[in-house]
Design a binder for this molecule. Structure first.
Ligand code: G6P
Length: 367
């Protein structure tokens, strides 16, 4: 059957509103009903003794991989190598015996990611893929697939597939961490519960359009925008910058907030808005001082934060969007939705072709 917009103005708007269902269905599919813990498909190797994991993907899926790296390193104490697919195999990184490769793709057909899959297979790595279309070339060529159940994504710019990928990566990180004895059952249950609470919070974020619209007015006037994040929210700053570039044609760059002083601060004046991904829980004091430095140079600070963060950013940020409180573990999912909403609202103000931005394709099947 043909997929319609169901009364939304664009597929992107419709798909933004499908974040809660995409995350919820993806997690439910991985949840053992009796124990309420995650149960992943069988892998041809032992997670407990895994020497390393190699992650690769393109575009937004790569940023999901960066969040996955953070979780697998900090939570599961697993060494991670990660690169964009168009670079990884040309670097020829050493592959460990019995190592695992993790590929992430909405379509399962991206040529660069497929190239990496074959390279890593040739180097005796077991292949695990996170795919939205599991009847795809990557699905066929993988040893195991964890599906994202985001449903068809029509808009060229990825939305719900991205948070569904994060949901899978969160479940994977919890499972690997437990298998390796890096966290106990109690902590695993807390993190699982936090992840399962995301769809509900996502609904709340999607209802906060008005705040995002106010911020979008400032961004729509700019020629250049800087996105700042730290830690596990740095990839969300990258996702925010990518989405803005893709659908509004405004130049945007993402930087780790701590790197501001090592270069990009020279760009800041009143014409370059600074968008901070700043939950109060993730290196927040350091983020505030980074933002104060930007403000002192005349920068206009726009912040995505939570209630506690908003109290401290008063006087620093010109516009704030206040997100629901959450476990820091789940912040990437919530803040991803907010930055995607910002790009969408700016695109509406600019009048661009939101679902079919110029020069871009939904699935890039050439190298
Ligand atoms: C294209 C799309 C992006 C997407 C990337 C990876 O560039 O425009 O939105 O993130 O491909 O696609 P995949 O299907 O592999 O996730």
């Amino acid at each position: 059957a043909q997929i319609g917009k169901d009364g939304y103005r664009h597929f992107m708007e419709k798909e933004l509103h499908e974040h809660p269902a995409a995350i919820g269905q993806t997690l439910a599919n991985l949840t053992d009903q009796a124990t309420q813990s995650f149960k992943l498909p069988a892998l041809p190797l032992d997670l407990a003794t895994l020497p390393r994991i190699t992650i690769s993907a393109c575009g937004s899926a790569y940023y999901a991989g960066l969040v996955g790296r953070y979780w697998l390193e900090s939570l599961a104490r697993l060494p991670v190598d990660i690169d964009v697919a168009s670079e990884l195999r040309y670097r020829q990184p050493h592959q460990p015996d019995r190592g695992l490769a993790l590929l992430i793709s909405q379509s399962g057909e991206t040529a660069d990611t497929l190239g990496v899959l074959r390279y890593l297979k040739d180097h005796d790595q077991a292949i695990l893929s996170i795919l939205n279309v599991d009847h795809s070339t990557m699905g066929r060529d993988s040893d195991a697939v964890i599906p994202t159940l985001a449903g068809p994504e029509i808009s060229v710019a990825s939305t719900k597939a991205f948070t569904a990928q994060l949901a899978v990566l969160g479940a994977l990180a919890i499972t690997v961490a437990q298998a390796r004895g890096a966290i106990d059952a109690k902590r695993a249950a807390e993190l699982t519960k936090a992840l399962q609470a995301v769809p509900h919070k996502a609904v709340e974020i999607l209802g906060g359009e008005a705040g995002v619209q106010a911020m979008a007015k400032v961004v729509a006037e700019a020629r250049d925008v800087l996105f700042l994040g730290r830690g596990v929210c740095m990839p969300i700053a990258q996702e925010g910058a990518l989405k803005l570039k893709e659908i509004t044609y405004i130049h945007a760059e993402a930087y780790p907030a701590g790197e501001l002083k090592h270069g990009p601060i020279s760009l800041i004046d009143k014409t370059v808005p600074v968008v901070a991904i700043a939950p109060s829980t993730i290196l927040f004091d350091k983020v505030i001082s980074n933002l104060q430095e930007a403000k002192a140079r005349g920068g206009r600070i726009l912040a995505f934060t939570d209630k506690a963060g908003a109290a401290q950013l008063k006087g620093v940020a010109e516009h704030m969007v206040v997100l629901p409180d959450s476990d820091p573990f789940t912040a990437p999912l919530l803040y991803a939705i907010a930055v995607q909403m910002l790009a969408y609202e700016v695109a509406l103000l600019k009048g661009t072709d939101v679902d079919q931005p110029r020069n871009l394709a939904k699935s890039v099947t050439v190298e």
